[in-house]
Design a protein around this ligand. Structure first.
Ligand code: GAL
Length: 381
């Protein structure tokens, strides 16, 4: 009887798909290396983010061409059960052949992030959009939705954030003083101490009030209470902002706050652990890597406090050659987070690489260390 049971159990285990019994978990992450998909082709989903839905991870990112960083295809989607083996699920959001579309082929469409809205049962994609032929001057967010996780996503709208609304962490006195001095301050020479001071006090936020706040590098964070937030580089990349989203996640509510004014942060990636929000960002050096920054807060709207660079060891001053894009919480494990970054290759954009590294916690603070290879089991400890 016992032998029969053992044989049955054994047969059951070997007949299970490999991703369920965990064979693939013995495989390793190789940060910075080529990462082949199910067809053996290097994954093309840059500046991406991950959505966990119905026991599957979906990776959405920018499709990069061989010779240009402009969006010639759109946002791609890959799926995986084990975070190592990824199946190409095709283009989730296509750029448009209509030259008049906001997302015309050749626009800049970066850092897409997809979240699932439990109320509407829709998948909502947010991204940074620059209109075709206008460099980086539009500084808009874009939104697309789908009833199916892998798409096709339908473009909904693009724009700037919360026109004519002041941030919540800006006093009436501040607004009176900036209004009275506006014409003097706006003509200040850039990068001078007086100019920095004016930026801190909200000069560019005030300048952009009529049309709405600029929105470039971005991420979306869904909190435990299902409220979602858009976190983006604003005010000419000098100041981050965090804006609350509507219940259906497709627009802003008007409630937003400024973070680290004049500190020049890009590439925000955020996670929450034990009631604390942690945010990792980069400085502003375009495609070139720089030193990561870290912030923490007890409330998503702030105040946010800056802490030292979370990266340690060799190459930590240039984030191991990469730039943050997302922090992934690994399902089914406690305190398991993966830091995701991009090693950009502007001369050969499709060859850009991915850095995925486990986040350690030392004295309660996130710490990231380079590993040329590592296994998911590392996060069990
Ligand atoms: C980076 C940004 C990227 C892309 C690039 C363009 O700083 O994080 O998403 O916009 O600049 O130069």
């Amino acid at each position: 009887m016992r032998t029969k049971l053992i044989i049955t159990l054994f047969t059951l285990i070997v007949s299970l798909p490999t991703n369920v019994i965990g064979k693939d978990h013995s495989k390793k992450f190789h940060p910075g290396a080529l990462w082949p998909d199910n067809k053996g082709i290097h994954i093309n989903a840059h500046g991406g983010g991950i959505l966990y839905y119905k026991r599957t991870y979906y990776w959405f990112g920018e499709y990069k061409s061989d010779t240009t960083s402009a969006a010639m295809v759109g946002v791609t989607c890959y799926s995986s059960k084990n975070l190592l083996d990824w199946t190409n699920r095709g283009v989730a959001l296509s750029v448009s052949d209509d030259e008049n579309s906001d997302i015309a082929k050749g626009c800049v469409l970066e850092r897409p992030k997809v979240v699932y809205n439990q109320k509407t049962k829709k998948f909502v994609m947010w991204f940074h959009l620059e209109l075709k032929g206008n460099g980086y001057s539009a500084a808009r967010y874009g939104v697309a939705t789908s009833n199916v996780v892998t798409g096709p996503y339908h473009f909904l709208c693009s724009g700037r954030v919360n026109p004519n609304v002041y941030p919540i962490n800006f006093s009436k006195d501040d607004s009176i003083s900036i209004r009275n001095q506006y014409s003097n301050l706006i003509s200040l020479k850039w990068w001078t101490p007086e100019w920095y001071d004016a930026i801190k006090k909200g000069l560019f936020m005030f300048r952009d009030l009529p049309g709405g706040q600029m929105a470039r590098d971005q991420t979306i964070f869904v909190d435990d209470d299902n409220k979602a937030y858009h976190i983006y580089s604003s005010e000419d990349n000098l100041t981050l902002q965090v804006a609350e989203l509507s219940d259906d996640y497709t627009s802003h509510t008007g409630k937003y706050a400024r973070i680290a004014p004049s500190n020049m942060n890009e590439a925000p990636a955020i996670f929450k652990k034990d009631g604390i929000y942690w945010m990792i960002t980069s400085g502003c050096t375009g495609w070139d890597p720089n030193e990561a920054r870290m912030f923490m807060a007890r409330h998503i709207m702030g105040p946010w406090t800056q802490l030292p660079n979370p990266c340690i060891g060799a190459e930590s001053k240039i984030t191991f050659g990469g730039q943050s894009t997302y922090i992934l919480r690994v399902e089914g494990k406690k305190n398991a987070y993966i830091f995701m970054a991009d090693i950009w290759r502007p001369k050969h954009p499709s060859d850009a690489r991915y850095i995925w590294l486990p986040i350690d916690f030392k004295a309660g603070r996130p710490v990231i260390q380079w590993r040329s290879e590592w296994q998911l089991d590392y996060l069990n400890k």
